[in-house]
Design a protein around this ligand. Structure first.
Ligand code: NAD
Ligand code: ADE
Length: 445
């Protein structure tokens, strides 16, 4: 019986061809298949996954299955699904609930389908991106966690992909409400310092170009937030020739931005100068109703953070003085009242992806290679919790540095990079072992 909700199963062979191409750029995942394909360390794992259903994620899902897991999957965003990737997964009889452009109601239904279909699939592991599935399970299926010590019945662990999801996990932990151990994949160095930064460096401008075809060179771009995603996004815009302004709340990140050569000022002081505005904070309402009226005519606004509340899109869609004209899917023009000193005139501003992650809504997300780094961490985290959950308390952990370094090591040959080897004397001199780890936990990279 059909156990999927996707756009079109006919897209499967296109999806498969792109998956084969992506595999060539995902050496970490392919190496894990070689290393663990026979041993099957994920045998018995029933993973409920909630993560953007892209081509790269299809390679992750294939890897989890090759290592022995049973998997049900849903997208973690209503606009991020690549329908040919979802079709490829469905064609392999893997239950998948994902199509591009679903409604919020569809999304909430998928949260049910991914865990509770006919009660025949009880997940014992969660792989989440943003925490929606974790929240759904904790709030509605607390009993899924109660039997964690009985093999194959209760959920024994959670692995979380992104900054915003980790924030939620830590809130549960602080409130004593985290029911099982969780691994924070985001804070592996080979995740956040690569996917969030170098990934956005490629996918931020890609999305704005695909959506608008605007000439980037010479434009003024404002990046709100200069964490890992903001750093990547600012670099992306700068390398396209934009003059970049950054706004921050954190003096350390603001100083980094200034010393990277960017103008740093308050959002309020930059919003009327920007042709392009990108939010990257993981916070809410950083671009709000007062800002729209101050913007330059034809300003492009988008968000690359996890949730759509960084920009007050609800105001744009509900305010009677903001008239929406759809240009094409996920590109909307809003005619709003000008509230600058020029007074009483109207102007157009352009919103991408309805304020949802622009790189996944208007483009295809990060490239395969950097996703291989992230997803190699995901698979290692799943293996660890699936086999050793009882060794952990109900807290949020990161993978050990040895594994982080191993993920990097697996990706070096693909780039033709080789490493020096320490001599015994050098090991003693800097106090590290020949095989690593090479840095203390407090090193910031
Ligand atoms: P981060 O914590 O490293 O950076 C966020 C930055 O925003 C911080 O430096 C913080 O000081 C700043 N900030 C917070 N509120 C602000 C405000 N009001 N004004 C200005 N700056 C403010 O987090 P990150 O890893 O960069 O992630 C940011 C968001 O992007 C998260 O929601 C994360 O889940 C998401 N993310 C998206 C992608 C993607 O592909 N689109 C990839 C990774 C992470
Ligand atoms: N997050 C950012 N880019 C992604 C991609 N290509 N696939 C899955 N998750 C992503």
């Amino acid at each position: 019986m059909k156990d999927y909700i996707i756009k079109d199963i006919e897209l499967a062979s296109w999806g498969e061809k792109e998956v084969r191409l992506a595999e060539r750029e995902m050496p970490g995942l392919m190496e894990l298949r070689k290393k663990y394909g026979k041993e099957k360390p994920l045998a018995g794992a029933k993973i409920a996954g909630c993560l953007h259903m892209t081509i790269q994620t299809a390679v992750l899902i294939d890897t989890l299955i090759e290592l022995g897991a049973e998997v049900r999957w849903m997208t973690c965003n209503i606009y991020s699904t690549q329908d040919h990737a979802a079709a490829y997964i469905a064609s392999k009889d893997i239950p998948v609930f994902a199509f591009h452009g679903m409604t919020e109601e569809d999304y909430n239904s998928c949260l049910e389908f991914v865990v509770n279909k006919d009660k025949t699939f009880w997940p014992n592991m969660v792989l989440d991106d943003g925490g929606d599935l974790t929240k759904h399970l904790i709030e509605n299926y607390g009993d899924y966690f109660e039997y964690e010590n009985i093999p194959n019945i209760g959920i024994v662990g959670i692995t979380e992909e992104t900054t915003t999801g980790v924030l939620r996990l830590k809130e549960y932990e602080a409130a004593g409400k985290l029911p099982v151990p969780a691994i924070n994949v985001n804070d592996s160095v080979t995740k956040s310092k690569f996917d969030n930064k170098y990934g956005c460096k490629e996918s931020c401008v890609d999305a704005i170009r695909r959506a608008t075809d605007i000439m980037m060179a010479g434009k003024v771009a404002l990046v709100v937030g200069y964490g890992d995603v903001g750093k990547g996004s600012a670099a992306s815009l700068a390398s396209a020739g934009c003059r970049v302004i950054v706004s921050e709340i954190d003096p350390i990140c603001a100083l980094q931005a200034a010393m990277d050569g960017f103008e740093v000022c308050e959002t309020n002081d930059a919003v009327d100068r920007a042709d392009i505005i990108v939010t990257a904070t993981g916070n809410f309402n950083v671009i709000n109703s007062k800002h729209f009226g101050w913007m330059k005519p034809n300003a492009i606004i988008c968000n690359i953070g996890h949730f759509d509340n960084e920009i007050d899109v609800a105001w744009l869609n509900n305010e009677e003085n903001a008239v929406r004209t759809n240009i094409k899917p996920l590109v909307d023009l809003y005619t709003v009242k000008d509230t600058t000193c020029f007074g009483n005139r109207k102007k157009d501003i352009i919103l991408l992806a309805q304020g949802r992650l622009v790189n996944l809504g208007c483009a295809t997300g990060h490239p395969s290679f950097v996703m291989s780094c992230s997803f190699t961490n995901q698979v290692l985290a799943q293996i660890e919790l699936c086999n050793n959950a009882e060794k952990y308390e109900d807290k949020v952990y990161v993978l050990p540095k040895e594994l982080d370094e191993e993920v990097a090591r697996l990706h070096l040959p693909h780039l033709g990079a080789t490493l020096n080897t320490l001599t015994e004397e050098q090991c003693k001199y800097i106090g590290v072992k020949k095989e690593g780890p090479y840095k203390s936990d407090s090193y910031h990279y």
